[in-house]
Design a protein around this ligand. Structure first.
Ligand code: FES
Length: 361
């Protein structure tokens, strides 16, 4: 029996993803928020979040990612940041930047904000605003020099797909000019709203192949200056990603209403029920919640995965993707070339630029 065979907890989570609201001024075609979003009235209070952050720090969590929706939609954001910092967490905010003035940013940095992540939808304004469903591109560009006036680490995230992948070289050059500490080039992952828009966003094989040396060249060029991370498009892969670092291994996500999820998409998997931080403390949820136990360890895996040494690297791949592609959340992730469903990927790589876009509500 392997050391990873049980569903027992192997350690503390490293990261807490706090979706403090699902409200957002952007309506991105690929938003990873659930299609059924939590309403503002059901959001956790400041005190609820303060308690959660303290419990997270006591468990050994290191990183707090404040995200949404748009965290700036919360009026109590400085208090939330301060609560995370006072608990001893490293506080990152993932934001569109819409509504972030220099004055407001000063308040957030003074409260303890240490890192900020800004996503760009494209390099030209018309296309970027089209993908975001609102006029946000110029605001983001104008925000970058303001960020530089503060002691704040800064990541730029470029989300790529069929509609912008042909401009990847110029897109990276734009990010390079903005001189972040980190650059993420992330292919769209097909969950939530991106799944609804899959055929619109799906790159062609040719686009993907042409993008790979561009990313490699950027990695070499930026070495020692900007740390680059790239997320490969699953549908063109041969082995699955270690989604969320393995189910129930590294991170917890708390949605705006306080439900604790092992990944941002877990609610799509039938039969899972999610405990809430209103009723349980975080350590209990991490150790005992049935949702976190469901795919922890390897007891749930197929004989193929159990016998595969890669299970220590990919932890069985993505459960949400296995369910979405096969209807069975226990199935081998079809991205894996050992999956009997691997051929499905070919048929799902359907690109249709004419299909009508569906923007996040
Ligand atoms: Fe849920 Fe990958 S998104 S396990």
């Amino acid at each position: 029996m392997s050391s990873n065979s049980s569903s027992s907890v192997t350690g503390s989570p490293l990261s807490l993803i706090a979706e403090v609201t699902h409200r957002c001024p952007l309506h991105c075609l690929y938003c990873s928020n659930p299609v059924e979003m939590q309403r503002a009235e059901s959001e956790l209070s400041t005190d609820d979040w303060r308690r959660v952050f303290q419990q997270a720090a006591e468990m050994g969590v290191l990183h707090l990612h404040l995200t949404g929706g748009e965290p700036l939609a919360r009026r109590d954001l400085p208090e939330l940041i301060r609560a995370g910092r006072e608990a001893g967490l490293y506080v990152n905010m993932i934001t569109s930047g819409v509504g972030l003035t220099e004055e407001r940013l000063a308040t957030l940095v003074e409260a303890g904000l240490e890192h900020l992540q800004l996503s760009f939808q494209d390099l030209d304004e018309v296309s970027a605003n089209h993908i975001a469903g609102t006029k946000a591109h110029a605001i983001k560009l104008a925000l970058v020099p303001v960020l530089k006036r503060f002691p704040l680490a800064f990541t730029i995230n470029l989300v790529v797909h069929r509609m912008n992948l042909d401009r990847l070289e110029e897109f990276i050059a734009l990010a390079e000019d903005l001189n972040p500490d980190r650059l993420e080039i992330a292919h769209v992952q097909y969950y939530g709203w991106a799944l609804k828009n899959r055929s619109l966003l799906m790159p062609t094989e040719d686009q993907v192949q042409r993008s790979l040396p561009i990313v490699d060249a950027a990695r070499q060029r930026l070495k020692g200056r900007i740390h680059l991370e790239a997320v490969f498009p699953d549908y063109f892969g041969s082995f699955p990603k270690a989604c969320v670092g393995g189910w129930g291994r590294q991170m917890m996500l708390i949605d705006p209403a306080g439900q604790a999820l092992p990944c941002h998409s877990a609610a799509i998997i039938p039969g899972l029920s999610f405990d809430t931080v209103r009723e349980h403390d975080l350590a209990w949820i991490w150790e005992s919640s049935s949702a976190f136990q469901r795919f922890r360890g390897d007891a749930w895996m197929s004989p193929t995965c159990l016998a595969c040494p890669r299970k220590e690297q990919d932890f069985g791949g993505c459960r949400c993707q296995a369910f979405l592609m096969t209807g069975d959340p226990d199935a081998i992730d079809p991205v894996c070339s050992y999956s009997p469903h691997h051929g499905l990927l070919q048929s799902l790589r359907v690109s249709d630029p004419e299909v009508l876009p569906i923007w996040r509500g």
